[in-house]
Design a protein around this ligand. Structure first.
Ligand code: RTP
Ligand code: MG
Length: 140
């Protein structure tokens, strides 16, 4: 299996509770390597652009409110099968449906405040990485 990159966000509910280290520990424990990381306050414009695909969904405005409600940590993860592996470690979107031992099962507060984001495909990952990082910021 080829080495792959994916994009991750530690969301405001997790930074608020000071558990970014615990989240990263799960990612590293699954064999994913953090090759870029920064803590940022997302602007409204960034949140609306990043989640543009969900613009027509009923939860879009709430989601943008949430994602700009506090700091987030944006990261690039590298590893074998990184996109699928990250989604596996994250667990289902709704923590009530997330498998035991996943980040969302153990840490998420709700379907919205679900602690992490992870790209859903290699193509999306490439777009999302470009949205927040320059090539020079990726140090493998
Ligand atoms: P993500 O994109 O954050 O990794 O999560 P995902 O693929 O599991 O979920 P997605 O369907 O892409 O939704 C993006 C984020 O929107 C929030 N959400 N709220 N209130 C709701 O019904 C609802 N549904 C989704 C979550 O924060 C979700 O991660
Ligand atoms: Mg998604």
């Amino acid at each position: 299996m080829a080495t792959e990159r994916t994009f991750s966000i530690i969301k405001p509910d997790a930074t608020k509770r000071n558990i970014t280290g615990k989240v990263i520990d799960r990612l590293e424990g699954a064999g994913l390597r953090v090759i870029a990381s920064k803590r940022i306050q997302m602007t409204r414009e960034q949140a609306e652009g990043f989640y543009g695909v969900h613009r027509e969904r009923p939860f879009f405005a709430d989601l943008c409110d949430f994602m700009t409600s506090g700091p987030v940590v944006v990261q690039v993860l590298e590893g074998e099968n990184a996109v699928a592996k990250n989604r596996e470690v994250m667990g289902a979107t709704n923590p009530a449906d997330a498998a035991p031992g996943t980040i969302r099962a153990d840490f998420a507060e709700s379907i919205e405040a679900n602690s992490v984001h992870g790209s859903d495909a290699p193509e999306t990952a490439a777009e999302e990485i470009k949205f927040f990082f320059t090539e020079q910021e990726l140090v493998g």
